[in-house]
Design a protein around this ligand. Sequence first.
Ligand code: 4NP
Length: 157
Amino acid sequence: MKTGVLFVCLGNICRSPLAHALFEYEIRQRGLSDSVFVDSCGCSSWHSGDLPDPRMRTEAARHGIDMTHRARRITASDGKNFDYIFAMDEEICDRLFDELGEKYWSKIRKFRVWDTDSSAGGIDVPDPYYGSKKDFASVYDICERNCRLIADRLFPV
Ligand code: 4NP
């Protein structure tokens, strides 16, 4: 049985698809692609079917990361289908508790739970949607660092 890891933000076009792509890279590097599956989704359907925001794709591409995910809204079955569900900020975490129900609460964690650097947003990955290029670069740094930390915790080499 494969282990499923899901990343969740609001629109599923900036933060969570980036974490999704970076975490897949970590999993590939560890040779675990056959035993771990990764996905992302949003708490809204505003951008369902869309590719990630071009500003996020540009920042990822600068680091050699390709983002091809199509946005989707969270569904009730995500609670059952995934083993670990990471919320990109505090508000998303609360929304996940409402969406998925008590049975799956133990699977939900904040994305920055193991981050020792609390600059730029504290426990949250700041929403860059109305931000600048610098904000997208900051989101990239946060996601890259924390995907590595999460992979180290869940799948140590
Ligand atoms: P994300 O960013 O949650 O990181 O994908 C957002 C994308 C779109 C919107 C808000 C946040 N929006 O308001 O459409």
